[in-house]
Design a binder for this molecule. Structure first.
Ligand code: F6R
Length: 263
């Protein structure tokens, strides 16, 4: 796992946008997996800025979002469908037919989950999956105890997630209790993973998922199983990592390593 420690949220967002932009430039018709929540807002702003400057073309990009609340219509301003349009899709030239968000209002959720998995397969799999991490260590809505082989399915949210996400709703009781989420197994099939985290609140769980044992109690630890995972942190989120200085040293050596590989 590559760990990149940046000085603050803005730098974290820029580095994450660099990685995504690089993916789009290398393969303009790439398949991106996308996340919602507070963390990626700065990354999306940066991608929008680059698009508006004419430096980034989304016209052939295909997207799949990680998750969606069950029971919120797409017009609800807290649905992840709405969030993605508001924070990214409405501001770039992505083709509407290339955008996929898990269906949280499907009459048959199980069938809808199977359909979502098929759509990812049909698109050729995900090239780059953007992730955040929940306070309880979840990736997407894979709450503690989720199988590390799980596929897209309905999950019941933990009390911690409901409390964390209450900040986006008028009151805690408005937060949906269920979500449709890609599974950990689905996420691990992406060719590259990019997890971003910032702030002191994420420091403990960040240290646990990078340096602790792999466990379904902290589903982000599954990133340790992936051969091509990058984690971009700000100083605060990185503050409890034991090997913090080593990760910084490795990052600083990167240009030299690239030279050595070329020679
Ligand atoms: C959202 C998602 C979640 C969030 C996580 C962190 O699509 O998959 O796993 O990434 O809950 O949320 P924030 O960024 O709001 O701290």
């Amino acid at each position: 796992m590559e760990v990149i420690i940046t000085k603050d949220y803005d730098q974290m967002s820029k580095v994450a946008a660099d990685i995504i932009a690089d993916q789009i430039k290398r393969r303009p018709n790439c398949v991106l997996g996308l996340a919602t929540g507070g963390t990626p807002v700065g990354t999306y702003k940066e991608l929008i800025r680059r698009h508006k400057e004419g430096k980034l073309d989304f016209s052939k990009v295909v997207t799949f979002n990680l998750d969606e609340y069950v029971g919120l219509p797409v017009t609800h301003d807290q649905s992840y469908h709405y969030f993605m349009h508001d924070n990214l899709f409405n501001h770039v030239n992505v083709a509407p037919q290339n955008v996929h968000v898990p269906p949280g209002m499907a009459p048959d959720i199980e069938a809808a989950c199977a359909w979502y998995e098929q759509e990812i397969d049909k698109a050729g799999g995900i090239d780059l999956q953007l992730l955040g991490i929940g306070g309880d260590g979840h990736i997407a809505f894979n709450e503690p105890g989720s199988s590390l082989a799980s596929r897209t399915r309905l999950k019941t949210l933990t009390e911690e997630t409901i409390k964390d996400n209450a900040r986006f709703f008028e009151k805690e009781s408005d937060v949906p209790r269920f979500a449709v989420t890609m599974g950990v197994g689905t996420i691990l099939e992406a060719r590259k993973l990019l997890l971003i985290a910032n702030g002191k609140k994420k420091a403990k769980v960040t240290a646990e998922f990078i340096e602790g044992p792999i466990t379904s109690q902290i589903t982000a630890t599954a990133l340790q199983l992936h051969p091509n995972a990058v984690v971009v942190l700000d100083e605060e989120a990185a503050s409890e990592l034991k090997q913090r200085d080593y990760y910084k040293w490795v990052y600083a050596q990167k240009p030299k390593v690239a030279e050595a590989v070329k020679a």
